[in-house]
Design a protein around this ligand. Structure first.
Ligand SMILES: Nc1ncnc2c1ncn2[C@@H]1O[C@H](COP(=O)(O)OP(=O)(O)OP(=O)(O)O)[C@@H](O)[C@H]1O
Ligand SMILES: [Mg+2]
Length: 359
């Protein structure tokens, strides 16, 4: 029953089936030009593409562009975020299941591999896929054949796989967490999406685009940046990449519509942003020490009135809220995700007065 409920909610939440709209990859610097030409080169091929880049750099946008520029564009793109759903659900979602395969499987259902026949299957956060599922994925990548859960007959798929990750998969292979053979299957083509800090003037192109866009949406005038604020914008490393830039623009568009933003007002938006450090370490506790130190250094360089206890408390709360969000408020699963026991999670939630979503 639980599995059935989860499968239903999964359709709405974690896994996405969308008709893609025109993806607009902005920027005119050399790394973005290279990205565009790689997309154009690889789009027509039926072979897999592995998209790698820090959080918020635009990996999903790249995956959608690959689909839109391919001959498969008229078909629906299927996307599954491997980190956002319980591992037990990945298998039936990708491969389908037979009637009666588990409690609640009242009818058989095709999985995304079959649904995405002649289309593109985007496997986001592929680095989070558990090893046993990596073995199953390898099999379908080898010959296009697979079996649904509880099925005896093989099905086949012609789906073009695009996978994305912010992890260093070679390091994951060395650590025994990712299969080398699957890595080689997935990475026939690889695309490295550049970090925003490598994109120089594109930070202004993106600023201009988003502030016009959000002002138009709100029916207001766009804000402008004063001279010092402009220099601060160009010096800021944007550890959360384009997503962080866009969020800052959304906040400024709301607070300072039609006004000139000064250095202090801009600093207030760059300061204490919970997004600023998490994405830089891949949003994962598994980040290595050097990555964490690097991200912390960047944050300390730009933050005023930094407070370690407050920052750590915000992080802790962020993880708790994310786990509750991912598990639709299921305390037991959230505790498991966080690697703490249920009572510990509960007492933290009482401390934060985190709202538990209604079940
Ligand atoms: N070059 C770009 N031009 C325009 N918009 C961009 C660009 N790069 C990223 N974006 C926008 O930034 C946001 C984040 O991009 P996206 O979700 O593709 O990042 P991601 O790499 O998949 O992040 P994560 O690793 O956190 O999943 C999206 O709104 C996307 O449209
Ligand atoms: Mg993404």
């Amino acid at each position: 029953m639980l599995k059935q409920l989860l499968l239903q909610s999964l359709r709405i939440n974690a896994a996405e089936k969308t008709t893609a709209t025109a993806s607009n990859l902005l920027g005119g610097t050399a790394p973005i030009d290279k990205l565009r030409s790689q997309i154009a080169q690889f789009a027509a091929s039926p072979f897999p593409v592995l998209v790698h880049g820090e959080s918020g750099t635009g990996k999903e946008l790249v995956a959608r562009s690959l689909h839109e520029k391919s001959s498969r564009a008229s078909h629906t793109l299927y996307a599954l975020n491997c980190a956002a759903i319980s591992p037990t659900l990945v298998e039936p979602t990708l491969f389908g299941y037979a009637k009666g395969a588990f409690t609640g499987a009242v009818a058989s259902r095709a999985g995304y591999f079959e649904d995405a026949h002649d289309s593109t299957l985007f496997l986001d956060e592929i680095g989070e896929l558990p090893l046993d599922l990596q073995a199953k994925l390898l099999r379908v990548m080898e010959n296009g054949e697979f079996q649904g859960v509880g099925e005896t007959q093989s099905r086949s798929s012609n789906a073009r796989v695009v996978a994305a990750t912010n992890r260093d998969l070679k390091q994951e292979i060395r650590a025994g967490r990712f299969r080398a053979d699957l890595y080689h299957r997935l990475s026939v083509f690889t695309i490295d999406v550049p970090a925003l800090r490598e994109l120089g003037e594109d930070r202004i192109v993106l600023l201009d685009h988003f502030r016009e866009f959000y002002a138009r949406q709100a029916g207001t005038q766009p804000f402008t940046l004063g001279r010092e604020a402009h220099a601060m914008w160009l010096a800021y490393p944007f550890p959360g990449n384009v997503r962080e830039l866009r969020n800052i623009v959304i906040r400024l568009s709301t607070k300072c519509a039609g006004l000139e933003v000064n250095e202090e007002q801009l600093r207030a938006e760059l300061d204490g942003d919970t997004d600023t450090i998490a994405p830089a370490v891949g949003g994962t506790l598994a980040a290595d020490e050097d990555t964490i130190i690097d991200a912390a250094r960047k944050q300390l360089q730009t933050a005023r009135g930094f407070n370690l206890d407050e920052t750590l408390a915000r992080w802790e709360r962020g993880y708790v809220e994310a786990a509750l969000d991912l598990t639709q408020g299921n305390l037991a699963r959230a505790a498991k995700l966080l690697g703490v026991n249920r009572t510990t999670l509960y007492s933290r939630m009482q401390n934060y007065a985190v709202n538990t979503p209604e079940k």
